[in-house]
Design a protein around this ligand. Structure first.
Ligand code: SME
Length: 155
């Protein structure tokens, strides 16, 4: 029998992050709290991190999960670099079927990357891996796009 994923209340998580980040003015603290809450509330989120864009390079900031070999990613490389270059959310249901994928761990099976934008500029991105195939649905995308918008005000 396949395991049923635990129910996740995306709206409640959104409200919790809005509430928590309203108190925070420091950029690193804002990113760290967002990562902590997302990782704690959603069992499918195996690896949660935020990259910041400096020049043409994404640099890994706060994260929870196994250390990634990809702490610096040029624009256009990997799924992270593609999302930043395209300025659009990318959802990959099966990372092993996507030639762009830069492996972070052998267990990761699906990934979502959501750019953090200010106007037309990319400030960074939220990157989440799951050990489950196709773990990211419309509720995850919506939640993470809201979190990216909240974070953009702090960065
Ligand atoms: N998988 C990403 C690299 C970052 S690790 O997942 C943390 C990519 O393909 O860009």
């Amino acid at each position: 029998m396949s395991k049923t994923p635990a129910a996740v209340d995306h709206r409640a998580i959104e409200q919790e992050i809005r509430r928590e980040l309203a108190q925070v003015t420091d950029r690193t603290q804002a990113m760290t709290r967002a990562v902590e809450i997302l990782k704690a509330r959603v069992p499918d989120y195996t690896w949660v991190g935020i990259y910041e864009l400096f020049g043409n390079e994404l640099v890994l900031g706060p994260f929870i999960g196994k250390p990634s070999p990809h702490t610096h990613i040029p624009l256009g490389r990997g799924i992270c670099g593609a999302a930043a270059a395209e300025k659009a959310t990318i959802v990959v249901d099966d990372v092993n079927a996507d030639p762009r994928y830069l492996a972070c761990s052998l267990e990761a099976l699906s990934e979502i990357v959501v750019p953090i934008m200010r106007g037309c500029d990319v400030l960074g991105e939220i990157d989440i891996d799951s050990d489950r195939l196709a773990a990211f649905g419309p509720d995850d995308r919506r939640l993470l796009e809201v979190v990216a918008a909240v974070l953009s005000e702090k960065m």
